[in-house]
Design a protein around this ligand. Sequence first.
Ligand code: URA
Length: 209
Amino acid sequence: MEQVVVVDHPLVQHKLSLCRRVETQTWQFRGLVEEITALMLYEAIRDIATVEADLVTPVGPGKGTQISAKEPVFVAVLRAGLGMVPGALRLFPYARAGHIGLYRDHDTHIPVQYYNNLPPDIEDVDCYLLEPMLATGGSAVHALTLLKEAGAKKIKIMSLIAAPEGIKAITDSHPDVTIYLASIDEKLNDKAYIVPGLGDAGDRLFGTA
Ligand code: URA
């Protein structure tokens, strides 16, 4: 499989366009991020392990398909990744979730870690890193390294929008990680924001600007 998958479904693209709009309100933005995450996850789990299962319908015995993979783990990169968690847990209510806290130093744009709380025993579990904006990719690269240090071997990353720089950072440092995106945008500006992007995802999710 390609390392980068752009989920180009019209519903995802429509909802992403609403997210981008400056006039979209916080409460709308939050709902849209939740929905986009669920729709993207639908694509990202396409290769999840399944088994055939015997079942009985009201009409008689039959065969069905059942997910056999262990419950996935969703890891949010704080703070904007929190906005993606409800959409992921809507599809997998029994999943566990981890949190990695990183902020970007204003001057250097280098990620600084302030929190790391991952579920135990994640060696043979599908792990999904939730990071809405893949800008320089610095935070995602760092978070992927922490996940691997915790034992994770099967990792995918889900982002709404990536800059080419962010994709390159991941493919260079973590060639084993598949990246699911709704869009690859044009570039970064001098403040390392994605252009055209959607602004600061954390601020838009939590109404802090
Ligand atoms: N983080 C954001 O929230 N937005 C960007 O454009 C880049 C990084």
